[in-house]
Design a binder for this molecule. Structure first.
Ligand code: TYD
Length: 406
């Protein structure tokens, strides 16, 4: 049995989602035969409090020159990252003469561009060259690398120590997270800050959003597990901020022990986690039961609509949709296609389930009776943009937090 990636403790398996392909592994027909699958199983460690995948594909299988996820696809996310940068600048950089911020998994530069705009020294560290090139073309300083202690030493040598280390939806992707924290210790000044945000375990349990569980999400963080991890490196959480992004995330602000004032919120939110059972294996078993129920409800709706002769298309070929489709068994018997705005995904097929991805521009000329909203985390933005679909009689199937039709 595999051990906890944080503390080598025993892992307790609480959910299985079956054979799963790479979530962003959109593929061509000729590649169906050699498609890679792994068993998507989730476990909990009672010592570190960390929820984690038992098996993970190699990082190079997920993050490479054809990485299909571009951060800049949602307008609202653009606004979110602008506010994120304002928070960092106003709260943590304002008294520093010439601050330096470093972001890992900086993707197409959606966050760092806000620092660039204000003339703040910045560096992005991004392992997928295609998305990094988009950032570089926009003049955002970026290196194509995985972040580890060697990389941190190189950055310090070339650019000096950082005042702030940033990451958004990245830390939970890294199985070797302890080497990242080691690298952070090398990278930041003694009084520097670490600020990152990721999908939050509390929201996943509350909303049964098991689609946050896929190859790239090695961990599902809580305040308790992040505190355990950073405590091992003599660091502590100094503030926390719940976020609406990705169906419910948490932003963690961390510093070397004793260097910064700790917000009252840290203790308050930790107590809420304990009260709500986030550090309790029974709650996780309960989550697994909710996932099974969710799958049954969604599939009986799709089957009923098909037997009534309705047409259904998927909307937004998100990474998350790979878990939902493969776990529930949604395929081209249910969906005619999936519409998506990302050129790299278009005219390819969904991982594992092989539904054709069509350009979003074709949606308006081919409205289905129902659209299954895989991008529910952008619900308001999408409803606003697709008013005409509803006006023409179309209906949305939304499965978070409860299965319903709009
Ligand atoms: P996101 O929720 O960021 O996905 P993930 O689960 O991968 O983190 O959504 C990104 C995907 O959704 C991307 O393939 C583009 C697609 N998308 C649309 O097709 N239309 C839209 O209006 C939005 C907001 C996203």
């Amino acid at each position: 049995m595999k051990k906890c990636l944080i503390c080598d403790g025993e892992l307790i398996k609480f959910a299985e989602f079956g054979p799963m392909p790479i979530a962003n592994g959109f593929l061509k027909e000729e590649d169906f035969e050699n498609e890679y699958f792994f068993d998507l199983e989730v476990a909990y460690c009672e010592k570190s409090k960390m929820v984690q995948l038992i098996n993970q594909p190699k990082p190079s299988q997920m993050f490479h020159e054809n990485y299909a996820f571009f951060s800049g696809t949602s307008k609202n996310m653009g606004k979110h990252f602008e506010l994120f940068a304002d928070y960092v600048i106003d709260t943590h950089l304002k008294n520093i003469a010439s601050p330096f911020v470093c972001e890992i998994g900086s993707n197409d530069g959606i966050l760092l561009k806000n620092f660039k705009k204000k003339g703040i020294k910045h560096l992005g560290v991004e392992p997928s060259s295609n998305v990094a090139n988009v950032a570089k073309q926009a003049g955002i300083n970026t290196i194509v690398e995985f972040f580890d202690p060697e990389c941190a030493k190189k950055i310090v040598k070339e650019h000096g120590e950082a005042d702030a280390f940033l990451a958004a939806n990245v830390m939970c992707h890294i199985g070797s997270i302890k080497s990242v924290v080691e690298a952070i210790k090398i990278l930041i000044k003694d009084d520097g800050v670490v600020i990152f945000e990721d999908p939050y375990l509390g929201e996943v349990l509350k909303n049964t959003t098991y689609d946050q569980i896929y190859d790239e999400h090695v961990f599902l963080f809580s305040i308790s597990s992040i505190q355990f991890l950073f405590n091992q490196f003599d660091m502590e959480i100094i503030d926390v901020f719940p976020q609406k992004t990705h169906g419910g995330s948490m932003r963690y602000v961390i510093a070397n022990k004793g260097m910064k004032k700790i917000s009252k919120k840290v203790g308050e939110f930790t107590n809420i986690e304990i009260e709500e059972g986030l550090t309790d294996i029974d709650k996780l078993h309960n989550f697994n039961d909710n996932c099974i129920r969710h799958k049954e409800d969604l599939m009986s709706l799709l089957k009923k609509l098909k037997s009534d002769g309705k047409t259904i298309a998927g909307y937004a070929a998100t990474s998350k949709s790979t878990t939902v489709m493969n776990y529930c068994g949604i395929n081209s018997n249910h969906l005619d296609c999936i519409y998506d705005t990302t050129p790299l995904k278009q005219n390819k097929y969904s991982p594992g389930t092989h539904v054709l991805i069509k350009p979003h521009s074709e949606f308006k000329n081919n409205y289905p009776d129902y659209a299954l909203l895989f991008g529910y985390n952008h619900l308001n933005e999408i409803l606003e943009k697709e008013k005409d679909f509803i006006a023409k009689g179309g209906k949305w199937i939304v499965y978070v937090p409860k299965l319903h039709i709009i």
